[in-house]
Design a protein around this ligand. Structure first.
Ligand code: NAD
Ligand code: DAU
Length: 348
């Protein structure tokens, strides 16, 4: 095998798309998906590729030093693409320590294991997949650049900012070859229905309220998940070590407008009267410390690596709604908790 890449968090939303892309595109690489399967990990996301010769799964917590070492030894890991994290801002408000444990301590444990395992650090890469939330919150104008000072506002974004700092500290102190990308909001198949878009699709289908925080005027920059996976592939292979790349959709939407758009699409697809689903919109108490606006300037990755989103939002959101409607079993499994039996039934 030319490379043996450890992808952490591969059973989650973005990780599953990255694992699939790498397994299919690079038959000469071994892809080791390391994931401890929290509530957000779902191996069903990968059932189409789990039999591939160049794929392996390890149920391991990134905080488990001994098991991590074992995986590095057993699979002779050459590179890491690190996505495993606690990812939901609302959960970070109720349980910040869980975010420190996984996102900060787990990342440091992984960095340390990689640094100790790799004899010649020049031949290996540690890639940290991070978020635009580390830059804080924008008002009406301006964009996040790679040079924007860090100003995280939530326990989630603080934990991701801390992990970015540790990645840079390992590069600076020990000479580990690293690269970081900071991406905006992803949407698409396999996203856990606690996040705005799949939550709304699910609730519209069930005729349940659509909770819009505050006035619904917060702004997010949405990117189709496969375009993020394609960017990760490019940064991994062509990015300069020690650099940071911002990834975004050039696609800003107010939350309320996204929710209304989803209502319109779902009314059409479900054959409901025009305007029927909008009745479900319910304004609720705002998220504590809610960041007003995120917007990425993705010029650097565009100019240096030639990346730009391949899908327009209009196409991506239709594809997403279709996927959730065609994969009712996936949503039912996730909402009933049945998805958590998949590992026992198929792997042990
Ligand atoms: P997710 O919550 O869907 O998946 C996270 C995965 O990590 C799950 O499979 C989970 O089981 C695993 N995991 C969690 N804790 C672990 C631990 N201690 N050990 C091993 N595995 C563990 O997350 P996502 O939305 O796919 O995000 C993936 C990464 O991308 C995260 O690092 C996140 O910060 C970053 N990111 C996400 C977005 C987004 O819009 N979702 C945008 C930018 C960056
Ligand atoms: O910007 C990148 C980040 O995007 C990632 O780093 C995070 O992992 C990912 O979860 C996402 O964070 P957000 O907090 O922006 O995503 P979420 O889907 O939770 O919320 C999107 C917006 O919608 C946000 O302004 C809050 C609002 N919202 C969310 C939920 C769940 C609502 O109004 N109602 C809701 O029920």
């Amino acid at each position: 095998m030319e490379k043996s890449i450890l992808i952490t968090g591969g059973a989650g939303f973005i990780g599953s798309h990255v694992v699939r892309l790498f397994v299919k595109k690079y038959p000469n690489y071994r892809i080791v998906n390391l994931d401890c399967l929290t509530y957000a990990g779902n191996l069903e996301n990968l059932k189409d590729i789990e039999g591939s010769k160049n794929y392996a799964f390890a149920k391991v917590d990134i905080n488990d030093e001994d098991l991590l070492k074992e995986v590095f030894n057993d699979y002779q890991i050459t590179d890491v693409i690190h996505l495993a994290a606690e990812s939901h801002v609302d959960r970070s408000i109720t349980d910040p320590l869980a975010f420190v444990k996984t996102n900060v301590m787990g990342t440091v444990n992984l960095l340390n294991t990689a640094k100790n395992h790799w004899k010649d650090l020049d031949n290996h890469l540690f890639y940290h997949v991070s978020t635009d939330e580390v830059y804080g919150s924008l008002d009406d104008g301006g964009f996040f650049l790679e040079t924007t000072p860090y100003d995280p506002q939530s326990p989630y974004s603080s934990s991701k900012a801390a992990s970015d700092h540790f990645v840079r500290a390992y590069a600076n102190t020990y000479g580990l070859k690293t690269v970081i990308s900071n991406c905006s909001n992803n949407y698409g198949p396999n996203q856990f229905p606690e996040k705005l878009i799949p939550l709304c699709i699910h609730n519209i289908k069930q005729n349940k309220p659509l909770p819009v925080y505050g006035k619904g005027d917060n702004i997010r920059d949405w990117l189709f998940v496969l375009d993020h996976a394609i960017a990760i592939d490019l940064v991994f292979h062509k990015g300069k070590t020690g650099e940071t790349y911002n990834i975004g959709g050039f696609n800003e939407w107010k939350n309320i407008d996204i929710v209304k758009l989803l209502c319109e699409i779902m009314d059409r697809k479900l054959g409901r009267d025009k305007g029927a689903s909008e009745q479900l919109i319910t304004f609720v108490k705002d998220r504590a410390g809610h960041d007003q606006r995120y917007a990425i300037d993705a010029d650097k990755i565009n100019k240096e690596l030639g990346w730009k989103p391949s899908l327009t939002f209009e196409v991506g959101i239709e594809k997403t709604v279709d996927w959730y409607l065609e994969n009712e079993g996936w949503l039912d499994g996730v909402t009933s908790g049945d998805y958590q039996k998949y590992y026992q039934q198929h792997y042990s």
